[in-house]
Design a protein around this ligand. Sequence first.
Ligand SMILES: *Cc1c(COP(=O)(O)O)cnc(C)c1O
Length: 384
Amino acid sequence: MSSLDRFAQAKLDDLARRNQYRRLTETLREHGIWVERGGKRLLSFSCNDYLNLTQHPAIKKAATAAIELYGVGSGASRLVTGNHPLYAELEARLAQVKQTEAAVVFGSGYLANAGIIPVLIGRRGLVLIDELAHACLFSGAQLSRGTVITFRHNDVAHAHALLREHRAAHDHALLVTDGVFSMDGDLAPLDALLTVANNFDAWLMTDDAHGLGVIGGGRGSSFAGNTHVPVPLQMGTLSKAIGAYGGYLCASAPVIDLIRNRARTLVYSTGLPPSAVAASIAALDLIEREPAYAALPVQKAKAFTRSAGLPEAQSPIVPVIIGAEEATLAASQMLADEGFLAAAIRPPTVAPGTARLRLTFTAQHSDDQIARLAGIVRDRILAH
Ligand SMILES: *Cc1c(COP(=O)(O)O)cnc(C)c1O
């Protein structure tokens, strides 16, 4: 065995010992909420396809039409020849939804975060980030080469104290948080965070991957509860409720212009396939036309938490925290035997000792399906 393979095998053995080894499972997603795995049909409570738009006929049609018109791939970086005509329309629509001057679309949410943060923060800068923020925000923060400090989850007073202590030693500061936390489903206190950020001339950036399309009438977490918090940097993805692929940032015109010039993951990466951009536009159309439909995933999640005896859901994401990896895998398997797909989420995706089932609710889950899942979770998982 070469030293390279020995290295890989030792790492894999270590993961397996800790029940943290992961494998890719072939999954067929043919109809909205149903998946097929290993010949078995399961009702999925693990997709981020909150509005079931990945299979929506009108959206598939828009994607197919774009392929016919513009081809399959975009052929180059957007700054060379990859900037097909659909981009401008999508960016205008996103800016309108988020009520910002401008928007820019990236290849994915991960690429957006890896690209945006280093443009705004350099070696002498400060990134203050919620400890439970998404992995790709941490990647972007690390790439900035600035000082990265975490604040306790949703703890505004802690963020305030850290800014008071560290802000003066840095040229610029970015305060970074998920709008909806991807593994916990709770919302960030954006109003209070914006006030703190403004007090110290720090720039607030939200990652709204799980907000767009499902929170605040579909506009996202800065519009939750009929308020509008004017967050200056609103990032998100087109791969969850929107059902397609891609990432974006909504911000002021000069900020977006700077990002277009300087974000390495935009400049040095190929533009999205036209079909993904067309699908996103069609999805935004649908959400705008049908805000009642966009409200369904959160309503379904609330019905579940009521019935399972859990704290009320704030988003379509509901964690059922079990703790140990092995017990979480066993619970996931038990639910699979009952016909449900409920993925086990383990460290390092979540903190050690907080392995969980991460349940997601979508517009098309029926009340009966939710009640049956809630009964099993209540009686056979939480009762232990
Ligand atoms: C999924 C996710 C991303 C990454 O988006 P992709 O488009 O899938 O790369 C970023 N942030 C959060 C909070 C996410 O949940």
